[in-house]
Write a protein that binds this ligand. Sequence first.
Ligand code: FAD
Length: 318
Amino acid sequence: MKVTEHIENAKGKTLFSFEIIPPQKGKSIQELYDNIDPLMEFNPPFIDVTTSREEYIYIDKGNGLLDKKLTRMRPGTLGICASIKHKYNVDTVPHLLCGGFTQEETEYMLVDCQYLGINNVMALRGDAMKDEQSFVPKAGGNHYAVDLVRQIKDLNCGKYLHEVMDIDNKADFCIGVAGYPEKHLESPSLQSDLKRLKEKVDAGADYVVTQMFFDNSKYFAFVEKAREMGITIPIIPGIKPIAVQRHLQVLPQIFRIDLPEDLIDAVDKCKNNAEIKQVGVEWAIQQSLELKAAGVPFLHYYSMGKSENIRQIASQVF
Ligand code: FAD
């Protein structure tokens, strides 16, 4: 079922969903299952599976030391989507990136999605690689997420890259896109970023999932501005619980988001990681309860492959 159909069927009830990351090459999928299992009692109608452009591999140098080497792509997104869909009878949403893919490769992936019965996709640009000054699309690839949305929309109309086909199995993808309550880091202003979001919606996006935020007022203001601009599709809030001290530095640095002073103070007072985790869980519970009371369609959690804190939050919210 499409994400938008899940929202319609819920008739105003807030639903639970989460995002996972494929295991690193060579790691077992069992660890992933072990982290998904405890979350299934909260009945997620869909699970997102990310795509990573960068992954480090470790090569045995033969002298007992390992060499760290940057590879180009972490495999597994579509395979994980298929296995989870089958194992848990749940919809899965693969993240498709512009970066690292030609349009042709993207088309192949979308055709595979169709064969697998996957009809939701998240259309994203992806970030610049570590060795790039700014984002560079692959030759023959989509530049911005809006271009990817257009390509998917074309496919929904039977328009493949090189031909228009009279097909009996028409694609009918429900398309999610990213939104940024505190603006995307490259964008000159929130208003300008919202205009870009509107372009994605006009191109055919069906719903938005937001970047993580820790102050709900940022989300509410974002939704209000989006509505003023004529963006009427569902805007699903993305929630991430703080789990370690390092998050205080890296989350604002990587995502250009603000952390509320109260949250920083609470983490600073913690004596160990267990206490920090608890602060993160409690903060996310408060955020979730307020968002749920405001009638958001889904609460979407960034699990980063670990479920214990998400389970604690969900057990208090759902
Ligand atoms: P776009 O919508 O293309 O926007 C990128 C930037 O370009 C913005 O600053 C925008 O304002 C600007 N822009 C847009 N269109 C134009 C235009 N026509 N001309 C000039 N400027 C323009 N990354 C991953 O690598 N893998 C994932 O699985 C993943 N999942 C994510 C899930 C969510 C919910 C979110 C919020 C982000 C995710 N990301 C993921 C991160 C995302 O790839 C980055 O934030 C990326 O930098 C931007 O992606 P986008 O789709 O928002 O890009």
